[in-house]
Design a protein around this ligand. Structure first.
Ligand SMILES: *Cc1c(COP(=O)(O)O)cnc(C)c1O
Length: 421
């Protein structure tokens, strides 16, 4: 099986004349088609809303595209809230799913009218202290503990994760918040990440729907929405099969009709906070080969590094690589593809079979549209790359310029340093 790049060598060469590599580039047509599929797939649920997880790709141009589809934003920090406010998101279009939250950020979220999704029962008092009251709508993050397993072997370990409340705590939190005047409730959980299977959301929905029925029975809380959060995966590897959002949404509908409708809770809205699934496949990092090195292994050095894409270094994550213009060549060379950091894990690929790479070749690193640019950092004083948008008409728009040394030094005051002695 193969993975097709959304950019040709000719396009990359043309773009590089104006914007030197490396850069992340996003495929607007792909983002739009996928967003439309998500909207249609969940149209059976009139209250459905996708809250795009801003941390995945915090770029206002991309957020504004998603906004056209009626989607909201999921934020977890002050600057993510600021970005969302600047893009015109407000009120219940904003979900604040933070954890270990600085108290003043609850106040900011509340000023925007965002829905606060509480990570912990002790945060009830924290919110009440900073606001002087509780908002009318509150959501709670649920953690069932134990191990969460899907039939294809995907496993995650909620019992070992820092997020959410135990079932007993959610019950207690709902009761306490009702006493303090909260009128409407939501329930949220994130139990597994990058699930490349159509089974995850339906299984999670079953767990949350049953929990909602129990909470309703035990507390009488008016539950208005259930938030399936993120975790829907994408096929980073060519041999993986992409999720089908229509199958996923239909699976959620079935458990909704099985569990919620008979319980008289058939008016509950389904929310999602997908990041990776909305944007991951529609972004790529384009970098050029600038060195080759022949020691105990064969290395190709690129003009990008882990500061542009951290996932391989951080998780050992696989990102497919296409050598542009050599799509049909035999993959008969074994390479480590490296960046320039003084860290031996700064490798986009290890022992990867690729066509022969010549100096100056354009390498397209696939699936960097989510948790790519945004995880970047500045180790070794490396500057973060630009972000470009490939528009449906083939033109290219700069949607974030590359960092300059001035940006890197912006947090020093050189005048003070020089005057110091
Ligand atoms: C990271 C995150 C998401 C998005 O996760 P994806 O894996 O990108 O879908 C959604 N909700 C919360 C609370 C998150 O922390």
């Amino acid at each position: 099986m193969s993975k097709k790049a959304f950019l040709s060598l000719q396009q990359a060469e043309d773009i590089a004349k104006q914007y030197p590599t490396p850069w992340h580039i996003y495929h607007e047509a792909g983002i739009r088609e996928n967003a439309e599929r998500v909207r249609q797939a969940f149209s059976w649920n009139p209250g459905f809303r996708e809250y795009f997880a801003v941390k995945a790709t915090p770029n206002p141009f991309l957020l504004n595209i998603l906004k056209e589809y009626g989607f909201g934003v999921d934020c977890a920090s002050e600057t993510e809230l600021m970005l969302s406010e600047a893009c015109g998101f407000s009120g219940r279009e904003i979900m604040f799913s933070s954890n270990d939250t600085p108290p003043e950020e609850f106040a900011y979220a509340d000023r925007l009218g965002a829905i606060i999704n509480l990570d912990d029962i002790t945060h009830i008092d924290c919110v009440e202290q900073v606001l002087g009251r509780l908002p009318e709508v509150m959501s709670c993050r649920y953690n069932p503990g134990g191990v969460f397993e899907l039939s294809n072997g995907i496993m995650d370990n909620p019992g070992d994760s820092k997020y959410g409340m135990t079932p007993a705590q959610v019950t207690e939190a709902y009761r306490r918040m009702m006493q303090k005047g909260v009128k409407q409730f939501g329930l949220h959980a994130f139990l597994a990440s990058n699930t490349v299977t159509n089974e995850y959301y339906p299984k999670l929905a079953g767990i949350l729907f049953r929990e909602a029925v129990r909470l309703r029975r035990e507390t009488g809380a008016d539950i208005r929405f259930i938030n399936l959060s993120g975790g829907v995966g994408i096929p980073y590897r060519p041999e993986e099969t992409a999720n089908d959002i229509f199958v996923i949404a239909d699976g959620v509908r079935k458990v909704y009709e099985e569990i919620l409708v008979p319980a008289g809770m058939g008016d509950i809205a389904i929310y999602a906070e997908m990041g990776r699934f909305m944007m991951g496949p529609y972004g790529a990092l384009v970098t050029r080969a600038i060195h080759e090195k022949h020691i105990y292994k064969e290395y190709i050095g690129t003009d990008a590094c882990a500061c542009d894409l951290m996932r391989p270094a951080m998780y050992g994550a696989y990102h497919h690589i296409t050598v542009l213009g050599k799509e049909d060549w035999k993959r008969d060379h074994r390479y480590d593809i490296t960046g320039s950091l003084c860290e031996n894990n700064d490798k986009f690929a290890v022992d990867r079979m690729l066509p022969r790479i010549d100096m100056g070749d354009y390498l397209l690193v696939h699936d960097t549209g989510a948790h790519g640019y945004s995880m970047g950092y500045n180790y070794n004083g490396r500057l973060k790359s630009a972000e470009l948008l490939l528009k449906p008409d083939g033109s290219v728009q700069l949607i974030r310029r590359a960092e300059t040394a001035k940006d890197y030094f912006a947090t020093f005051d050189f005048c003070d340093l020089l005057k110091g002695d």
